[in-house]
Design a protein around this ligand. Sequence first.
Ligand code: ADP
Ligand code: MG
Length: 520
Amino acid sequence: MGGARMANPHEKPQAFSRELCDSERRFRLLVEGVTDYAIYMLDQNGYVTNWNAGAERIKGYRADEIIGKHFSVFYTPEERAAGLPERALGLALKEGKYEAEGWRVRKDGSFFWATAVLDSIRDDDGNLVGFAKITRDITERHNTQLELERVQKQLAQAQKMDALGQLTGGVAHDFNNLLMVVSGNMQRLKRLVSDDPKGARAAQAIETAAERGASLTRQLLTFSRRQRVNPQSVSLLERIQSIRDVLTSGIGTHIGLDIDVSPQTFPVIVDVAELEVALVNLVLNARDAMPEGGTIAIRAANTTLDPDDTVAGGEYVALTVTDTGVGIPPDVLEKVFEPFFTTKPSGRGTGLGLSQVHGFAHQAGGTVRIESTLGVGTAVSIYLPRATPPAIASRAENGEARLQAGTVLLVEDNPHVADASADLLEQLGYAVQWVADAESALRAIEADRFDLVLSDIVMPGRLDGLGLARLIRQRHPVLPVLLATAYSDAAHRVPNDFPILRKPYQMHELSQAIAKAARG
Ligand code: ADP
Ligand code: MG
């Protein structure tokens, strides 16, 4: 048959063109039937000349609505304004092909994430016939990718905060022991130079510097959550009112302070001292953001949070400090909770304020969130979990079982710290016996009578301070034990009924802690 056709000079082109028509028709049916890809053609100027089922599905236009329209309608207004459609055509013309990924617009105005290829089509003589465009909707894949990136970033951030926490915690621990030695010996020196005004002034300056050092390391410890805190159920209304004057005096007269805490606000369980430091940090940041004046609002309100990677869901109190200040640029916002991150000139900022706030919120079982708009202001919210009624029964007896001066067994492995502590105890009127580890302490307790044991928590040897305290409670239930630490992870294991003293401590703090231990 083919041979017969070949023999007939008139039949050949006819049959050939029918075959061509057939194959063109099949091809068109194929293209038109494809629904996963938008496949369509543009003329030389970018006007749509045909349209397949995929294009209709993805972009929402029927063929009769879109044929004859310019393909720039698929671009976002911004991209149109930036001349992107013309550039795409130009490049496809020059290179033969143009590929892009980006948001495209459907007929209903909604967006989808597209990958698109634009090919220029030429006839056998090389004249431009038009363009073929193939577009695919990969919104889902794109969103999954974005979500993955977000989670990875969050994880990296959490790891970074963790690493910084370990680092700062370690530094602060060593630093606190040094400060203990400085301030302990300072109190001894002060007595020695008390008749010499110059000496006394110098001693006072050193002491003030040591106190400032102690308050900085305390912020670091809060950030690293290595600090043993004394959580108690508190009313935010009362707490905020009680430091109102401190806050007002810190912000100056050109800034207004507006406090709004509903009396219905749930109680929360926090360390009061840390809460106050956090509030002061937030208010001072707000002040610094408003050199021209403005208003700081402190609000507390009950709220519920959905559980996420940072927080367990449930009932919370949101404590929010809002300012009308300069705001924080987005690239800075990511870093503000990092220790030592500051945008303030040296001497003005330490970069520890928000780190303390972050550590405080998380240690209290909550979280902190920040929102900021450049030129409008910033709101930092600390979310604190609602306090459930206390379950811990106190061993406190009624009436004051105050410890009078007596003998203290001091358990401390660092001889310099021991020396400084012994000195403070002696000034409080106690006789002191010092041992360097828990085993020696146990032997001493069997041999002599003591009125109180003051022990460091982290010590070399089989038994640490907590182990020692537990053994003493078993064997000598009436002997009060006071634990002291510069920080330690071990401190977190200490149940609430053992009082804890933070190093470095001042005489009055030691005296209060002893009284508490004796009551305990
Ligand atoms: P510091 O105040 O010592 O710089 P912080 O940890 O308190 O350290 O704050 C870190 C940085 O976060 C600040 O230097 C500032 O850039 C930014 N910041 C914090 N609070 C605000 C605020 N309310 N408004 C604008 N910027 C703020
Ligand atoms: Mg600050």
